[in-house]
Unconditional design. Structure first.
Length: 153
């Protein structure tokens, strides 16, 4: 089982698709932590948490709100939460597909410093940006492993 950190930005579909893809590939998730900035509306977060928890069947969906513009503080917040999950013996994956560039950079940096895998869903055709995973042709996306610490290779 793994814990997934995923960023919620403008599109609710992006973190939902990442979770769906991982589950479809047989990666069991014990928890999904949705990382947001303070600008994301509660209604959008609630919708994503409901879809991931109830529709996709992930038992625990949590939230980590971070300040978007304070990079170092945000790196430390995300890294601290990653290390807390790792200390419980969990494998941690961090998805940097969604969110603003600053959020992706923060999560990527925190992941490397904490020693966990970083993934990204590469969409080859922007036409499918707001489509749900099962409706996107398989040749139009790929799950990319951006970083893997040498101890897990």
């Amino acid at each position: 089982m793994a814990v997934l950190f995923t960023i919620l930005g403008l599109s609710e579909v992006v973190p939902v698709n990442t979770v769906w893809i991982l589950l479809d590939r047989g990666i069991a998730l014990s928890k999904v932590i949705v990382v947001t900035s303070e600008t994301i509306p509660q209604s959008k977060l609630s919708l994503v948490k409901t879809i991931i928890g109830e529709d996709l069947g992930v038992g625990c969906v949590d939230h980590l709100k971070v300040p978007e513009v304070d990079i170092e503080r945000t790196v430390n917040l995300v890294k601290g939460r990653i290390l807390r999950e790792k200390s419980r013996g969990e494998e941690v994956l961090v998805d940097v597909t969604g969110g603003r560039k600053t959020m992706s950079i923060v999560c990527y940096k925190a992941s490397i410093e904490a020693g966990c895998k970083v993934i990204y869903v590469h969409l080859r055709d922007e036409k499918y940006f707001s489509w749900l995973y099962p409706l996107i042709p398989r040749h139009k996306y790929s799950l990319v492993l951006l970083y893997e610490p040498s101890s897990t290779k």
